[in-house]
Structure formats: C-alpha cells, structure tokens
Write a protein that binds this ligand. Structure first.
Ligand code: NI
Length: 219
C-alpha cells in the first residue's frame, strides 16, 4: 500500500535480518542518499536509489487475483521472503506489501506505517477476529497500481490474529492507518486489488492507463 507521505529509503544492508536498524544518518550511506535527494541536490548515478529487490506485479496482471494459501512452515525460507519483501517495500516507498504482489501466493504481509520507517511488521496468516461497526472512507494507493489514489471504505478498527516468523500467535488491535493498511493487504491475499471497490468506469480507465504505461515502459 502507498498513499502516505513516507517516502524515505533505508539502509538495504541491514534489511536481511531486520532487527538491527540504521538510525544514524551520518553513518549509513543509504540514509545519506535520502538526505541528499530530499534537499533536491542532483544525485550522481552511483548513488541513485537501488532497484527494488523483488518484482511487484502491476495491475491488471491476472496473478494479482490469486487466492493465497496459509503459510505452513515457519522456516528460513519464510524469514528470507519476509526480509526480501520488506526491502522491496522500503525501496518502493510503500507502507505495506502482500506476498501476492511479488507472485508468492501465501498468507504473508509486511508493513511499516512509522514515519521513521523503523518499525517493520511481519504478519503471517492474518485473520480478522473483530471489526468495528464504524467504517471510514480513506484515500488509498497501491504499489501494484502506481499513481492511482482513490477512496475506499474500511472498518475503522480491527483486531487481527497473526503469527510472527517464529510461529508465535498474537492479536493486534489496529486503528486508523494501521487498520486500513491491514485490510488493504489482506484483500491482496484474497486476490483483490483496491481498485475493485471503485466503479466499473473508473476501473476501466485505470486498466487502460496502466496498460498504456506498461507498453511505454516496455519500449
Ligand atoms: Ni496494495
């Protein structure tokens, strides 16, 4: 998910284990790049941002409509996938990414809604166990539909049962951006992209726009 003004990039070399974060801008090359790009200085090619590690499927790719299966093994493969997804999400400036979007059809989500981009969350096999009666319209965006933002109605708060990478279960009580992001990413795991909440007319326009951009990128 995108849609919030958190675009900072972060130190890729710390991402593999995502336990040791680079907070010292003076020390970390990646953070210095951010600082420079934010001041509007021209960036030399050798310090241009890295490409995202995993390829994010772009709407209307039919693979985005695959329904994910539950994660069954909490092993090194899962930890590596989560680390790669977090790196991809940070590099792309998103606040959430579902495994579906990188063509892995398992119930795994990564998120970071913090301004500082230093609070990664990995949600395995998320299930909503409670939702508020209140709903709210919010503007959303998505890394699979770049440049498109529109309003979607979501539950204002949700309680979500999740597992961590060690297979430990807990319940997250989410509100506001966190609740929106979780619902947006959980939709991906069911094969649903947020533009499917919009009118057919809007969706057709978005499909045309995306296909045109993809054709132009291919040249
Ligand atoms: Ni999305």
């Amino acid at each position: 998910m995108t849609g919030l003004p958190y675009k900072k990039r972060r130190c890729a070399r710390d991402m593999v284990y995502f336990s040791n974060y680079c907070t010292d801008r003076g020390w970390c090359g990646a953070a210095q790049r951010v600082a420079r790009s934010q001041t509007g200085e021209n960036m030399a090619p050798e310090i241009a941002p890295a490409m995202p590690l995993l390829t994010i499927l772009q709407y209307p790719d039919p693979r985005l409509h695959t329904v994910a299966r539950p994660v069954s093994a909490f092993d090194d493969r899962l930890r590596q996938l989560a680390a790669d997804m977090l790196e991809t999400m940070y590099e792309s400036g998103g606040i959430g990414l579902a495994a579906t979007q990188v063509d892995v059809h398992e119930r795994l989500i990564v998120m970071d809604i913090s301004k500082e981009r230093n609070q990664p969350l990995v949600l395995v096999n998320p299930e909503i166990v409670w939702s508020s009666e209140a709903r709210k319209l919010n503007e959303e965006g998505c890394l699979s539909v770049p440049g498109v933002f529109d309003r979607v109605e979501r539950f204002e708060s949700v309680h979500v049962r999740v597992w961590d990478l060690d297979g430990k279960a807990r319940t997250i009580e989410a509100q506001d951006v966190m609740a929106i992001c979780i619902q947006h990413e959980m939709d991906h795991l069911l094969g649903k992209v947020f533009v499917e909440y919009l009118s057919l007319l809007k969706r057709d326009r978005i499909k045309k726009k995306m296909r045109k951009a993809q054709r132009e990128d291919a040249h």
